[in-house]
Every structure is written in structure tokens, then in C-alpha cells.
Design a binder for this molecule. Structure first.
Ligand SMILES: [Zn+2]
Length: 114
């Protein structure tokens, strides 16, 4: 590889990195924007305490998949599709969401299956 070839190689590598970076940033931004849009559609504040900070999306009737396995980007995509399909969702702040999940787990334990 001579000097010119090396320069071309470096320029191509830099362009590739820049493209990847741009697309990552774009995906992140649009994910954030879509999340904001969804939370706004759900009232823009916590259904339990009215807080507008640290909002999360709660599935009122529960959900049958593990959100931890989804990237934040896939998560918001899924929530938006569910919202559009009429799945009952609500906005809750992180603290109320935690309390509600705890209460749900307690109730689930008390329910006798037979
Ligand atoms: Zn709250």
C-alpha cells in the first residue's frame, strides 16, 4: 500500500464511521421523539400522581413478553404499534409504576388458580 492508497483507505474508513454514527444518532433521536409522542398521546403525565418526570409506559392489562429483551428502540416501536392497535396503555412515572407492579404481583399471588 503506498501513500495515496493509504490516504484513500483512511478517507473511506472515516466516511464509513461517519455514516454509522449518523444513522445511530438518527435512530436514537427518532426513538426518543417517538417515545415522547406516545407519552404525550397517553396524557403526558403520570396517571396516578400527575408527575411529568421519568415517565414509563404501563400495559393496563399486562403484557406477555419481556421488555428487558428488547432494545429501547424496539420497545418504543412495539409500544407505538400496540397503541395504534388499541392495546390499553397508560403513562406512569417510574415510582408509581413500581408501586403498581408490586401491588399486581401481590394480587397475582393471592389469586387461587383453581
Ligand atoms: Zn406517578
Amino acid at each position: 500500500m503506498d501513500r495515496d492508497e493509504l490516504n484513500l483507505f483512511v478517507a473511506a474508513e472515516l466516511a464509513r464511521l461517519q455514516r454509522n454514527f449518523d444513522s445511530n444518532v438518527r435512530n436514537k433521536l427518532s426513538g426518543k421523539r417517538r417515545r415522547r409522542r406516545l407519552l404525550k398521546a397517553l396524557g403526558g403525565c403520570c396517571k396516578m400522581c400527575g408527575s411529568t418526570r421519568d415517565l414509563t409506559v404501563d400495559h393496563i392489562n399486562g403484557r406477555n413478553y419481556c421488555v428487558r429483551k428488547l432494545s429501547s428502540h424496539m420497545r418504543v416501536t412495539r409500544y407505538l404499534r400496540e397503541y395504534e392497535a388499541g392495546v390499553p396503555l397508560q403513562a406512569l412515572c417510574r415510582s408509581c409504576h413500581g408501586k403498581l407492579e408490586q401491588a399486581r404481583r401481590r394480587n397475582a399471588r393471592q389469586t387461587v388458580p383453581f
